[in-house]
Write a protein that binds this ligand. Structure first.
Ligand SMILES: [Zn+2]
Length: 65
């Protein structure tokens, strides 16, 4: 996906400055539904549900099954 010059929050429409904001990527369990993605400003991203995810490294054993 091409990077846009000016990012706009998909939720509230605010401009997102460089190195600000977040990208929400949503993947359906049913692969046929594909995925969707939203650019969010810091404000909106902070209000969304979700939990911190480790970037890399070992996974807990429970998650490996
Ligand atoms: Zn926003």
């Amino acid at each position: 996906m091409a990077r846009r010059t000016v990012l706009v929050c998909d939720n509230c429409g605010a401009n997102i400055e460089d190195n600000k904001g977040a990208t929400l990527r949503l993947t359906f369990s049913d692969a046929r539904r594909g995925a969707k993605q939203a650019d969010l400003c810091d404000n909106c991203a902070g209000k969304l549900p979700g939990q911190a995810v480790a970037r890399r490294g070992r996974r807990p054993k429970a998650a490996a099954a």
